[in-house]
Design a protein around this ligand. Structure first.
Ligand code: GLA
Ligand code: ZN
Length: 685
């Protein structure tokens, strides 16, 4: 396991925009002193600085940046150097209209904004490559530069003529012939058979939206195009110095791009973390915390190594419905939880609040008051001092024996499908219910996509894998037959990689045989409606019954033993309809859950199942409500344990053995006290 960057310390950094302050040398010199006070060891520079780097076409001005990088470095602060492609200079947008994005309704955007370029435009690619080349030539061997931050929050799609042409070329390469494309897209439906490649247009609200194969391939194309755009950015950086790693920052559960596709071109995954903290009525932040930790786990699982937390706010955002600041002590809690789930950095948006522009009221380490005696500055500084003691954590690995399969392409397809439930099919929610059960009980979990290698896991959870692409189904079957345990759910194995429904018994691809069941029909529920699962044969202690919501499925056993049945009080329904089954297959076992169960089912079922498979939580104890835990193994063998209290109440965790507070050295023999929103970094005493 390597450290994320050549700098072997946990990064404590921030987006830094000195280009907004070039006429204020007093501020720039203060910045360095104040950063040192806050134990900031790196800054992300140049993210939106293109107009300062190239004020007119071909007129590169890099000296100001060099001076700042040098001055920071002389004071011990490294640079994460960004490429500026996230926002274009106005001269570029005005002179070359083709760089401006065309929306799905076929309207070309005006100059301005950000994250809104055509990723196909050769002009844009050339201009980006040129400025990146200049940056690389000048800085790729600078000892301060530890990482390239390529573009910023790359996102969206362009529907211009260049993109349409590239899409058609991509389709020609994928299908070879229109006949093959028409077959894959089922275009006989509504007489939409293509007879000329030129008839193919990207999905549009003023055109085609009803061909799901088209919709799916368009998203795949956009992801591939984005990746090739990224590679065009990366090439000049790597050409100059291949040793500096490259990342780009992802957004939590953003599904406009296949991030797994992009990650193939990155050395490190990073993400920007902005949950709506403090939106609960009772101060219990668990509901915000576990999806954030899930996303950390997902990012860690993408490349199987630590990720960077490229952005989070030290205080508040300015774009949420209500922009509450993190309360006293809460920033430390969120940071430690990110570290616990695999982050090798805590970085902020932003170092200093802008005076103008739409982000002027966004939180920052330094506010307009320009004071260091603020609560936020103090909390950031305290955290910085903590991070300085955590070198042994840098590059530390997570040992997860449980994987949850969450596939972006399947997510696209299941949400594009009309029916069975158009008021939210709930695939992400279901995945998070699996995750939450393990989060609450302190189990390490990887969240992997369909292409992952499942062989190392003891348990593979497969919630609502609607689409089975490639050899996914076969690999799930092989995994189970060779001794793995699989939990499949409703609405799995409906369609193949073209989003064409399987014919014959489903779940398709052999999963029906694996689960020993056969799908009969879907019965989606309105919000507020529910059904009940009655446990008839508990494989281990379970409650008598559980509530089911959203989406239930009628299935017939075909070899599986029935563990739970529907119990609806509906006199029309037979009383032995299975809802939860188990099937032995080869050396392994497949469970099938036909109803969208309440949290309580997952909490009762999943940790116990893991336990029976010899998989244990990071600490063998029962965590009180609102307390989570995670572990990482340092490169020097140190076993770090992190315990987080997401509530406003004092909590206490019973310890199976003595633990030592890694920061203070204090030993806890049998009880670990946690203050409200407290977090502890521990090792075995
Ligand atoms: C995103 C962007 C930043 C900034 C923050 C504000 O994460 O990457 O440039 O706009 O949001 O929260
Ligand atoms: Zn375009």
């Amino acid at each position: 396991m390597q450290t994320a960057t050549p700098y072997p310390h946990i990064l404590h950094g921030c987006d830094y925009n000195p280009e907004q302050w070039l006429d204020r040398p007093d501020i720039l010199s203060q910045d360095i002193l104040q950063m040192q006070q806050a134990s900031i060891n790196c800054v992300s520079l140049g993210i939106f600085a293109w107009a300062a780097l190239e004020p007119a076409e071909g007129d590169y001005r890099l000296d100001w940046l060099a001076e700042i990088i040098d001055a920071l470095y002389a004071n011990g602060i490294r640079t994460v150097l960004a490429t500026p492609s996230g926002a274009r200079p106005l001269w570029l947008a005005a002179k070359y209209p083709e760089v401006r994005r065309v929306r799905a309704d076929r309207v070309r955007e005006l100059p301005g904004g950000r994250h809104n370029h055509c990723y196909t435009s050769l002009v844009y690619r050339e201009k980006v490559r040129a400025v990146n080349t200049k940056l690389a030539e000048r800085f790729a061997h600078h000892p301060a530069v530890i990482l390239w931050h390529v573009s910023n929050e790359i996102q969206g799609e362009c529907h211009c003529a260049l993109c349409q042409a590239a899409f058609r070329d991509w389709l020609k390469a994928r299908y070879g012939s229109l006949d093959a494309l028409n077959a894959a897209w089922w275009t006989a439906f509504w007489s939409h058979t293509y007879t000329d490649w030129e008839q193919i247009e990207s999905p549009s609200p003023i055109g085609e939206t009803g061909i799901h194969g088209l919709n799916l391939d368009w998203k795949r194309f956009c992801s591939a195009q984005m990746r090739s755009f990224l590679e065009n950015e990366i090439a000049p950086l790597k050409a100059e110095n291949p040793l500096i790693p490259v990342t780009t920052n992802f957004m939590q559960f953003y599904d406009g791009i296949g991030y797994h596709e992009l990650a193939k071109s990155l050395d490190i995954v990073s993400w920007d973390c902005y949950p709506a903290w403090h939106s609960s009525a009772d101060g219990d932040e668990s509901e915000q915390a576990y999806p954030a930790d899930a996303y950390s786990d997902l990012c860690r699982s993408m490349l199987g190594k630590p990720f960077l937390l490229m952005e989070n706010t030290p205080s508040h955002t300015n774009w949420q419905t209500v922009c509450r600041p993190k309360t006293w002590g809460f920033h430390r809690l969120t940071a430690i939880s990110a570290l616990a789930h695999g982050a090798d950095s805590i970085q902020y948006f932003q170092w200093r609040q802008s005076r103008g522009g739409c982000e002027k009221l966004h939180g920052a380490v330094m506010t307009h008051a320009n004071r260091t005696d603020t609560r936020v500055f103090q909390e950031v500084s305290d955290l910085g001092r903590t991070l300085q003691k955590l070198d042994a954590l840098c590059g530390a690995r997570t040992n997860a024996r449980i994987a949850i399969l969450y596939d972006t392409e399947s997510h696209w397809a299941v949400n594009d499908a009309q029916g069975p439930r158009n008021d939210g099919i709930g695939d992400t929610e279901l995945m998070l219910r699996f995750y939450k059960a393990y989060w609450k009980t302190g189990y390490a979990v990887d969240i992997v996509d369909a292409e992952a290698d499942y062989s190392g896991y003891h348990l593979l959870c497969v919630p609502m894998l609607y689409m089975l692409r490639g050899d996914t189904a076969k690999r799930i079957c092989d995994y189970a037959r060779s001794g793995g345990t699989v939990v499949l759910t409703m609405h799995t194995g409906i369609a193949d990689e073209h989003d064409l429904c399987f014919t014959g018994d489903t779940p398709g691809g052999g999963l029906a045989g694996l689960a020993g069941i056969r799908f009969l029909e879907s019965d989606p529920l309105y919000d507020g409606q529910h059904e009940t699962m009655h446990i008839v044969k508990a494989p281990f202690p379970l409650a008598e019954s559980y509530r089911l919501e959203k989406l239930c499925e009628r299935i017939a056993p075909a070899g599986a033993e029935v563990l739970g049945v529907y119990d609806t009080g509906n006199p029309c329904m037979p009383d032995d309809l299975p809802c939860l089954t188990r099937h032995a297959c080869g050396r392994g076992t497949a469970y099938y859950l036909a109803g969208f169960a309440e949290d309580r089912f997952f909490s009762d079922f999943l940790p116990e199942l893991a336990e029976r498979l010899g998989v244990h939580p990071v600490l063998d104890t029962t965590f009180p409500h609102g307390v989570s835990a995670a572990a990482r193994q340092g490169r020097d063998g140190t076993e770090f344990l992190f315990v987080m209290n997401w509530t406003r109440e004092q909590k206490s965790v019973t310890l199976p053995y003595a633990l030592k507070d890694y920061e203070t050295g204090k030993i806890y023999q049998s009880k670990l006290p946690l203050s409200p929103y407290g977090a502890k970094i521990l090792v075995r005493a």
